[in-house]
Ligand binder design. Structure first.
Ligand code: HEC
Length: 152
């Protein structure tokens, strides 16, 4: 309860009961959820960013390596969203994540769709296709950050 000094006890009870819902049960407190989603986003960014030299033609294209990395990326792209449950406002997330939950979900789904397309491209072994799909994924990261992440 320490985290919510301004909330009435009743509101805390509501948050606590939401917190007990199965989807949120893995986090004992909001700070844990924030840490979890930031860690997941950091891992996703690392595995995405390491493809950039290949896409830019600055490193050789190893189709098998890219394919394996994109498989991992598709798994990582599933993770952050569970950390944005009710009552977890904070970090660098804007309040709109919760007040415009439908808009946030749309950006999340767009990312997942583009990740799946990147997988098809990586599986094809065609660098041109990987390059195009990589650009689309990057655009979905930016598009969500523009609306839902605090500016540095
Ligand atoms: C659906 C919205 C959304 C999408 C899509 C998205 N992000 Fe984010 N991202 C956020 C929000 C919101 C935060 C702030 C989270 C926080 O601080 O609690 C964030 C934070 C981050 C962070 C900082 C993590 C930290 O340590 O604080 C990185 C890095 C990041 N995103 C990379 C990416 C990359 C790379 C992609 C695309 C592959 C991506 N994000 C796609 C919403 C999104």
């Amino acid at each position: 309860m320490k985290q919510f000094p301004l909330l009435a006890a009743a509101a805390c009870m509501t948050v606590a009961s939401l917190w007990a819902a199965p989807a949120e049960a893995q986090f004992a407190k909001p700070a844990d959820a924030i840490k979890y989603r930031q860690a997941a986003l950091t891992l996703m960014a690392s595995h995405f960013g390491r493809m950039q030299p290949v896409v830019k033609g600055q490193a050789p294209y190893d189709a098998e390596q890219i394919k394996a990395n994109v498989q991992l990326l598709n798994t990582l792209a599933e993770l952050p969203w569970a950390g944005f449950g009710p009552g977890t406002e904070g970090g660098e997330a804007l309040p709109e994540v919760w007040s415009d939950a439908a808009g946030f979900a749309q950006k999340r789904d767009a990312l997942k769709e583009n990740m799946a397309k990147l997988q098809v491209a990586a599986d094809s072994g065609d660098l041109q296709k990987v390059r195009a799909a990589f650009g689309d994924v990057g655009a979905s990261c930016k598009s969500c950050h523009d609306s839902f992440r605090k500016k540095k």
